[in-house]
Design a protein around this ligand. Structure first.
Ligand SMILES: Cc1cc2nc3c(=O)[nH]c(=O)nc-3n(C[C@H](O)[C@H](O)[C@H](O)COP(=O)(O)OP(=O)(O)OC[C@H]3O[C@@H](n4cnc5c(N)ncnc54)[C@H](O)[C@@H]3O)c2cc1C
Length: 319
């Protein structure tokens, strides 16, 4: 088994060559890259600006056996207070080209779903309206099959170009990966799951297939979805959206409310007063606060209703 110690100078040089030295930061606080505004420093953050640079960076990590994590908009992450050991490949606004081609839209993994939906509205293309309020990158949305209002990413996704990690070698490092295009039918996308998640594929680009529509009507619908979100969700507070997945036959927020946990808090982490399905950071919460609150909520709901709440938020790094 390959023992990871720390990112060596040799690997740092190779990463700098892969993405450009200006696109590499050491000990970068992850609180700046998560919507929870929580998270200690990552050893190394690289922000590639094109697909080739993403592939080069991932191959450097694979060959060196360095732990690597891809982060998009950080809107589904709780990063531990001690941060992340290894390399974070941050795919966001530096890798965010969007191109409209007839009724299709191609978008780089780091583009925000919000911006793709605005481009669609400008081009009078319909299909993304229910999803536009999700603060996801295209890569994060495909990974999770993000969805809202009975719609999900898979409904409008045509294909994804992705990095496929190479096989694990006998010393625990990996061979170089390859790049392949997958039709949506090959991606086994279900409720908050996909083959992208299961096999650790890294989305480089996605193509959405949309329907011709009326630009004005599309915007009216988008505004309506946004209004519904603003009414129900604590959008003025830092969070990672719904903290728990929807348990079969129940709504997590209702169970939490019925358990008497509205406003329950640990440190500066709080069960939202507005929507009990959200844990919010009221200012200066630590990952340990949020984690303890999540476990408290799970214990109470299990004890009172016998229902197991599974976190939707991904807890990563060192706590
Ligand atoms: C206010 C608020 C409202 C929300 N509403 C919704 C909602 O209505 N519906 C919903 O589904 N979610 C919702 N979310 C949660 C979140 O926005 C989604 O889960 C989203 O898909 C996460 O995307 P991201 O780019 O932020 O990914 P991140 O949080 O950065 O990462 C999440 C996972 O995706 C992986 N990932 C990121 N980029 C890539 C890539 N290029 N290739 C492969 N894997 C990648 C990461 O490794 C990680 O495992 C909400 C969050 C907030 C804060």
């Amino acid at each position: 088994m390959h023992e990871y110690d720390r990112i060596s100078d040799e690997v740092l040089c190779a990463l700098g060559a892969a993405v450009g030295d200006d696109n590499l930061q050491l000990f970068e606080p992850m609180s700046q890259h998560t919507t929870f505004q929580i998270g200690g420093p990552a050893d190394v953050v690289v922000t590639p600006t094109d697909a080739d640079a993403v592939v080069r960076a991932l191959d450097v990590c694979a060959i060196a056996g360095a732990p690597v994590m891809v982060v998009g908009n950080g809107s589904d992450l709780l990063v531990g207070d001690r941060g992340i050991r290894g390399v974070v490949v941050l795919l966001r606004d530096r890798f965010a080209d969007i191109a409209v081609d007839g009724t299709r839209i191609r978008a780089a993994a780091g583009a925000l779903l919000h911006d793709v939906a605005l481009a669609a509205a400008d081009a009078e293309l319909s299909g993304l309206e229910p999803l536009w309020g999700i603060p996801a990158t295209v890569g994060g949305a495909c990974h999770m099959n993000a969805g809202a209002y009975d719609a999900c990413t898979a409904d409008v996704l045509e294909s994804v170009r992705a990095y496929v990690p190479g096989p694990v070698l006998s010393d625990g490092t990996r061979a170089r990966g390859s790049v392949r295009t997958f039709a949506v039918s090959e991606l086994a996308m279900g409720y908050r799951k996909s083959r992208i998640h299961d096999e650790g594929l890294i989305v480089l680009e996605a193509t959405f297939a949309l329907a011709p529509g009326n630009g004005r009507m599309i915007r009216v619908e988008m505004d309506d979805y946004q209004r519904r979100r603003e009414e129900k969700q604590p959008l003025d507070m830092a969070s990672a959206g719904s903290t728990f997945k929807r348990p079969e036959g129940y709504f997590a927020g209702k169970l939490i409310m019925d358990a008497g946990l509205r406003g329950a808090s640990v440190g500066a982490a709080q069960v939202s007063e507005k929507h009990c399905g959200f844990v919010v950071n009221t200012g200066g919460a630590t990952a340990a606060d949020v984690n303890a609150l999540i476990e408290h909520v799970r214990d109470e709901v299990r004890a009172q209703f016998g229902v197991e709440l599974e976190p939707e938020v991904k807890r990563i790094g060192e706590f």
